[in-house]
Design a protein around this ligand. Structure first.
Ligand code: HEC
Ligand code: HEC
Length: 222
């Protein structure tokens, strides 16, 4: 009886050691794999494997809070990806909990190629229906601005057809209104400040209704 008890005690002492030994061997065998360079992922693989869940494989997001990337200028996309990424010395220039984790593992080369990839896709504009009255108000504002409160015409920087002016001024045409309104509000509060204050100055004078109207019009631009 005493022997059995002792054996049990011995097993209890030995077993954890055996488990530790096993896990150690596991990491030993895993190590060479970890230190080997990962197989190069192509942009198509990154776009399909990481980004497609929210932006669709071709960048034509159908979820109104996720931006459509297809047809956007390559330089602008690359800049945004770099701005989402925090470095050791600097915090991210554009805050987004979702996107900062998405770009954490991307290299500068990946970001450049992702920009080129989405720029080359054909845009499939927002299909979310918009209120006709809002579209009309937004159209006037987009092309002419509002002299009474000093809001400049969006067309002067984003182009009369919303295709933007590369590399600095992004295309807006066909973007989901929900995403556009979110960005206008973020520029307004200063939570998005990676634009050298340009959009912040444009937006501070806009009313809530003007923001919704211009976003509605932008979503219908083709
Ligand atoms: C879980 C959903 C999700 C995934 C996955 C995701 N994104 Fe995003 N992405 C978003 C959201 C939401 C925003 C808007 C962020 C904001 O402004 O707050 C965004 C914004 C962006 C923008 C800025 C677009 C603009 O017009 O300024 C780019 C570029 C972008 N994403 C590229 C990518 C790429 C490339 C990947 C894959 C490596 C990716 N995203 C993966 C949700 C996602
Ligand atoms: C003086 C030039 C200028 C004017 C006028 C201007 N914008 Fe912009 N806008 C910019 C710049 C520059 C950026 C890019 C900021 C960056 O690099 O992140 C931008 C970015 C944006 C974005 C973000 C796009 C995205 O994909 O995330 C939206 C939305 C936008 N502008 C809407 C408007 C609207 C609506 C108006 C008119 C009321 C307007 N802008 C007028 C310069 C301008």
């Amino acid at each position: 009886m005493k022997i059995i008890k002792n054996m049990a005690l011995l097993l209890m002492l030995v077993l954890p050691a055996a488990i530790v030994a096993e896990t150690e061997t596991d990491t030993d065998t895993a190590e060479p794999v970890e230190s080997a360079p990962p197989p190069p992922a192509t942009v198509e693989e990154i776009a399909a494997g990481v980004c497609a869940g929210c932006h669709n494989a071709d960048g034509n997001s159908v979820v109104p809070m996720n931006p459509i990337l297809a047809g956007q200028h390559a330089e602008y996309i690359t800049k945004q990806l770099m701005d989402f990424k925090a470095t050791e010395s600097e915090p991210a220039k554009r805050n987004s909990a979702v996107m900062s984790s998405m770009v954490a593992a991307l290299s500068a080369e990946d970001m450049k190629k992702l920009g080129e990839y989405y720029a080359a896709q054909k845009v499939n504009p927002s299909q979310v229906p918009a209120d006709e009255k809002m579209i009309d108000i937004g159209k006037i504002l987009y092309h002419g601005g509002n002299i009474s409160n000093g809001v400049p015409a969006c067309a002067s920087c984003h182009g009369p057809n919303g295709s933007g002016i590369p590399p600095r001024y992004p295309a807006l045409a066909g973007q989901h209104a929900e995403y556009t309104i979110t960005q206008l509000n973020l520029f307004n509060t200063g939570d998005r400040a990676n634009d050298n204050d340009v959009m912040h100055k444009v937006i501070t004078r806009m009313s809530g209704q003007e923001k919704r109207a211009v976003a509605a019009y932008i979503s219908t631009m083709r």
